[in-house]
Ligand binder design. Structure first.
Ligand SMILES: [Zn+2]
Length: 165
């Protein structure tokens, strides 16, 4: 699968709920894409799929032995605050500090088989970053000075187009 880059409009669309028959094949293809691109998380819209699915790498927590697949995820509890330097496969060229909740509780899964996941630290940050993707939100929106971040990125994209960098 190919990674969609900002300013692709699909990154700003709210994703729709996913049905069971889609999940197996999609999560496999997304996992491969995430690993190939050295990401630690990947959401549907990033691969052109406006669906509520996201993959989280086990590198985000010592408590994970394998990747997580989030299906129609919903954050139901938050507490604490933490700050990480974030980047994104779809927002190529900038990174920046983002404040998020340090502890979250997430409900995920198909109707009738929903389960609860508790997450903290980096895992909590990555889950919040990916759920943002499902709602059309990109990490620079959450930086202290979003306008500055977006302007920087836009000027870099423009320079690249003009062949100057
Ligand atoms: Zn991202």
């Amino acid at each position: 699968m190919k990674i969609k880059l900002y300013p692709d409009s699909i990154l700003r669309k709210r994703a729709g709920n996913i049905k069971d028959k889609d999940i197996q094949k999609l999560s496999k293809a997304m996992l491969t894409t995430m690993i190939t691109n050295r990401g630690i998380g990947l959401a549907g819209p990033q691969v052109g799929l406006s669906k509520n699915i996201a993959i989280i790498s086990p590198q985000t927590s010592q408590e994970l032995n394998s990747h997580l697949v989030l299906i129609n995820p919903e954050i139901i509890e938050v507490s604490g605050e933490s700050e990480y330097e974030e980047g994104c496969l779809s927002v190529y060229g900038i990174s920046g500090k983002v404040k998020r909740n340090s502890d979250i509780v997430v409900e995920t899964g198909l109707p009738g088989e929903r389960k609860i996941i508790k997450a903290e630290g980096l895992l909590a940050t990555v889950i919040q970053h990916e759920i943002d993707h499902l709602n059309g939100i990109l990490f620079p929106d959450r930086m202290v000075f979003p306008k500055r971040a977006w302007n920087l990125l836009k000027s870099r994209i423009k320079r690249k187009k003009d062949g100057k960098a």
